[in-house]
Design a protein around this ligand. Structure first.
Ligand SMILES: [Zn+2]
Length: 79
């Protein structure tokens, strides 16, 4: 799995919806990619903040917006 794959599966990963093989692949990538580790950490924190202030599940549009923001961030990377 590459960085784009991680971004694509990020919401499912954080929700715990990812299949085990996929989850393992993603975590293997996180083991050697600091950028993705940081993005996952930040996203988890963001989700936790949302959950603190809002007891119901994250609205799907928040997921979409988060995804878009992360994708833009990945595309801005020079490599
Ligand atoms: Zn990566």
């Amino acid at each position: 799995m590459n960085c784009k794959g991680v971004i694509r599966e990020l919401s499912s990963y954080i929700d715990g919806d990812l299949d085990l093989p996929m989850k393992q692949e993603l975590e293997r990538h996180l083991g050697h990619c600091e950028d993705c580790t940081m993005i996952v950490d930040q996203t988890k924190k963001t989700v936790e903040i949302f959950c603190d202030s809002e007891p119901v599940a994250l609205p799907s549009d928040v997921h979409v917006r988060l995804h878009e923001a992360l994708r833009r961030r990945m595309e801005e990377k020079p490599n």
